[in-house]
Design a binder for this molecule. Structure first.
Ligand SMILES: [Zn+2]
Ligand SMILES: [Zn+2]
Length: 537
């Protein structure tokens, strides 16, 4: 019987799928289930052993999760994301870690049940499964993004149930042929099965790759820059056309020597104590991955430039000296200093970001008042002494040259081992405040820690620059940027910043005892317990 027990109409693959009661063997549409949806509510999820209301002893429907293969889980997740959260996608593709693995992690108990323990390497399995089945069911976005991280379903209209069916027939067919000692390529068998099992040809339509790619984008941006910066454009026009893209990227990212960086980080690890090593291996592996990505991106590397390292151990100077800014920059770029002010291309959202967020000309922080007092005292006897002009506080987005200083401030004021290099991947969600070349404050949001949450990782203002609303503005900015998602954060229970968070509507969700134990040293006066706060959207 192929009709639904409740509404009596037919069950159809991909369109009106349902579950079969394991006792009376009647079919029931997902939409006709008495509870309205399967547990978890994922689109296309029919992978339950189901007992209908009439057959069950408790007189309510019973769902027992079938054992799912990794292929099924990933197909299910992609199908659900595609149909329910297509807004998350980048040109129709989902990031294997930020979208797929995060979703699995969050819904582990529903997908696998809580009796299945996570293996340490499970995220690796996600990546492996995606590429293993890329000939059949998954489509990689590598050619679109020049980065091996983005995936989507090859046939987005095929339901996870149908894909499972096709995969199972592929396996049976393969073993049959093996027994008959016939040699036919897997792809041939697959295509045959595909034709036989899919009635609606609409479903066989594969995804079309979006044509836009990185280089096309950057030429567009160059045009914008020319419009905005007429003085630069004069010189730029004269420069060789073919170097355009190359320079653009170089101005966004510093040049690295990957091997040297790794060597350096390794040797420094051996010097550090056990605790620091732990922190660093975490942050450095992320850094390494990031570097690899940059190197992949950096297609124009004919010119070998001087090495600039983003070294978490750069403690010597926390202000941006001109020399460190200019090191490793070609003569042409030195002449074109204006280029530094151009739009930033966000690797995360792919959008162009304006270089400035805000300029504050009025605030007069305590530190500057003190400086004025000192200058006046020192020059008391100078006739007609005039104070040097005071600069504005400039709010910008994070740039590569900020990272060593920010890392150093984090090491000094939070705990050792912090490396914020990763924030360059999503500059949209950052705010750095400069007074001339001094970094006086910064704040970072990690987007997509889950698909409904962002995480406020660090917010900091130098002492002497506090209480004039800098943190307030940075937080305001980040909340504005973070559309449609909750923001969560940890804050030490005796940190006065809690007041600020509450002012913005953050609510304390729970207390984590000893949260900062592994971070803060014992002599730090901050309380080691933390509140978890959430700003709901
Ligand atoms: Zn029905
Ligand atoms: Zn039944």
């Amino acid at each position: 019987m192929e009709n639904c027990k409740y509404c009596n109409s037919k069950l159809e693959d991909c369109i009106e799928e349902g579950l079969k009661c394991n006792l009376c063997l009647n079919n029931v549409h997902i939409k006709c289930l008495k509870r309205g949806a399967v547990p978890g509510g994922f689109n296309g999820d029919v992978f339950y052993t189901y007992t209908c209301q009439e057959c069950s002893e408790s007189k309510s429907e019973v769902f027992v999760r079938d054992k799912l293969s990794w292929l099924q889980v990933i197909v299910l997740v992609l199908y659900h994301l595609n149909t329910k959260s297509s807004g998350l996608a980048r040109k129709g593709f989902f990031h294997w870690r930020f979208h797929i693995a995060t979703f699995i992690n969050k819904n582990w108990d529903i997908l696998f049940t809580k009796y299945v323990k996570k293996k340490k390497s499970w995220t690796g399995t996600v990546a492996g499964t995606l590429s293993h089945f890329s000939t059949y069911f998954f489509l990689s976005g590598t050619s679109v993004f020049k980065e091996q991280a983005w995936w989507t379903l090859k046939y987005p209209k095929m339901s996870p149930y149908l894909i499972t069916k096709i995969y199972n027939s592929l396996m049976t067919e393969k073993s049959k042929l093996k027994a008959d000692k016939q040699i036919i390529s897997d792809i041939e068998i697959f295509n045959k099965i595909l034709k036989n099992s899919v009635i609606n040809l609409e479903m066989l339509k594969p995804v079309l790759l979006p044509e836009a790619d990185v280089s096309a984008n950057s030429t567009e941006i160059s045009c914008d820059v020319i419009n905005i910066l007429p003085s630069t454009s004069q010189i730029r026009k004269n420069s060789e056309e073919k170097e355009k893209d190359c320079n653009k990227r170089k101005s966004l990212l510093p040049s690295f020597d990957n091997k040297k960086f790794l060597k350096l980080s390794k040797s420094s690890e051996s010097l550090a104590d056990e605790f620091t090593v732990k922190c660093l291996t975490q942050s450095n592996t992320r850094g390494e991955k990031y570097l690899e990505n940059i190197l992949k991106h950096n297609r124009c590397q004919e010119k070998k430039e001087k090495i600039r390292l983003l070294d978490p151990y750069c403690h010597f100077n926390t202000s941006l000296s001109n020399i460190s800014r200019m090191k490793g920059v070609s003569m042409k770029q030195k002449l074109l200093v204006g280029l530094r002010e151009q739009f930033i291309l966000s690797p995360y959202t792919g959008s162009q970001l304006e270089p400035y967020i805000w300029r504050d000309e009025e605030s007069f922080p305590l530190w500057l008042k003190l400086m004025v007092e000192i200058q006046l005292t020192v020059n008391e006897k100078t006739p007609n002494y005039e104070l040097p002009p005071r600069g504005p506080l400039v709010f910008v987005r994070v740039k590569p040259e900020h990272i060593p200083c920010i890392n150093s401030l984090c090491n000094q004021f939070f705990w050792p081992g912090i490396d914020l290099t990763e924030s360059l991947q999503y500059p949209d969600f950052s705010c750095v405040v400069l007074y001339k070349k001094l970094i006086v404050a910064f704040a970072f949001l990690v987007p997509n820690v889950s698909h409904t949450e962002s995480y406020l990782s660090f917010i900091f203002t130098r002492p002497g620059w506090r209480n004039i609303g800098i943190a307030k503005f940075m937080l305001y900015h980040l909340i504005q940027i973070n559309l449609g998602k909750d923001i969560i954060l940890h804050v030490s229970t005796n940190n006065p910043a809690l007041m600020l968070y509450q002012m913005f509507g953050f609510k304390i969700e729970k207390v984590v005892l000893g949260f900062y134990d592994k971070y803060y040293r014992d002599d730090v006066k901050e309380c080691k317990n933390a509140f978890v706060c959430r700003l709901e959207r």
